[in-house]
Design a protein around this ligand. Structure first.
Ligand code: SAH
Ligand code: SF4
Length: 355
């Protein structure tokens, strides 16, 4: 059986005769959110039966959903081969002001998706790193996370959704499948999620950042920086030995990003390790000349981790220093701290329950 969600529209057209059926199927799956070929009423019955024998489009089985007090929901999915991944739905309010300056608030959704089962980058603060890499997700398994979450939350088709590749795994270590998922999500006859609404987050694989740039997809880039000196960064992220801070910054400078949008730098703040004003100062220097946006993330302690959660006061001082020096800086509100929102934590917990 083949996963229908692995197919771009052009690929699906090549599979079908007549070709125009592909567009109809795409609309049923992505716009109307049906769950079986039987519901695709404008397809001839024999074709629906044939499709049902060849394809499926439900690659994920949700085994657990945890809702946080702030409204975010974390899902644990089981794949066809039994491995597990997670995704998070983050509802947010987006403010927009019209010509008269009147402010209206819209519900906006961000979906955080996984790109691999596990991860081989070995970051010392991250739970996903623990078991190493099991396998890459297929394009259809990535697309499936978004489709499932949209359907089960009855998010209307027209409602804009942002995608962040910040779940389990390193997306640039699975660039072939991730880039294909990006394209499938962008299809106008499908979910039509524009590239500007998709953000790829990376631990800094320099050569892969270059490749992503060459693909010219138009997606936004987020860099997990987390430290401003190479010794500490190597301790936190072994990948820093291959691509150190200077190499990552160089790759960012060469990234062909539309200048209207900024590169996001994620900075995981760990108590007494990288939370001082000295660090903030160095960060401002590093970002000089780059249209950057910094997102400070509270380190979320987990069992067995040697690091501590930073103080609110230090976070605020850090943020203030950056802002005072012209760098846009937000603090990621710990969405769903009560459900362990940092990557890898839900999976870890539920597996412990069983053992
Ligand atoms: N591999 C990519 C994709 C996202 S990793 C990358 O590293 O950029 C998932 C996200 O979870 C990253 O932003 C990472 O910084 C964050 N994270 C991992 N462990 C965490 C923890 N213990 N507390 C808070 N955030 C954590
Ligand atoms: Fe992998 Fe990202 Fe976790 Fe590092 S932080 S181990 S790159 S998922």
């Amino acid at each position: 059986m083949k996963n229908l969600l692995d197919y771009t529209l052009a690929e699906l057209e090549n599979e079908l005769n007549p070709k125009f059926r592909a567009k109809q199927i795409y609309e049923w799956v992505y716009k109307k959110g049906v769950s079986s070929f039987d519901e695709m009423l404008n397809l001839p019955k024999p074709m629906r039966e044939q499709l049902g024998k060849e394809f499926y489009f439900d690659p994920l089985n949700c085994v657990k959903a945890e809702r946080s007090s702030d409204g975010s929901i974390k899902y644990l999915f089981e794949l066809k081969d039994g491995y597990r991944i997670e995704s998070v739905l983050l509802p947010m309010k987006e403010e927009e002001s019209d010509e008269d300056g009147k402010i209206s608030r819209h519900a906006r959704y961000t979906i955080c998706v996984s790109s691999q089962v596990g991860c081989r980058m070995g970051c010392s603060f991250c739970l996903t790193a623990k078991g190493g890499l099991t396998r890459n997700l297929t394009p259809g398994e990535i697309v499936g996370q978004i489709l499932w979450i949209k359907n089960h939350n009855k998010i209307p088709y027209e409602r804009r959704v942002n995608i962040v590749y910040m779940g389990m795994g390193e997306p640039l270590d699975n660039l072939t499948n991730v880039s294909k998922a990006i394209k499938i999500l962008m299809e106008n006859d499908g979910l039509a999620i524009g590239s500007r609404r998709q953000t790829v987050s990376t631990s800094g694989l320099g050569s892969q950042i270059k490749k992503l740039g060459e693909m010219d997809l138009g997606v936004l880039l987020a860099i997990s920086l987390h430290a401003v000196n190479n010794d500490l960064r190597t301790k936190l992220m072994p990948i820093n030995k291959a691509y150190n801070i200077e190499a990552v910054m160089q790759a960012v400078r060469e990234f062909p990003i539309d200048m209207r949008k900024r590169v996001m730098f994620e900075y995981l703040v760990i108590k007494d390790m990288n939370d001082s004003i000295k660090d903030a100062k160095k960060l401002v220097k590093l970002l000089h000349g780059i249209k950057a946006k910094v997102n400070l993330i509270y380190f979320n302690p987990h069992e067995g981790s040697e690091y501590g959660r930073p103080e609110l006061e230090d976070m605020l001082k850090f943020q203030e220093y950056l802002r005072d020096h012209g760098v846009t800086c937000t603090i990621r509100q710990s969405k769903g701290l009560d459900i362990s929102a940092a990557c890898g934590q839900l999976k870890e917990r539920s597996e412990n329950v069983g053992s």
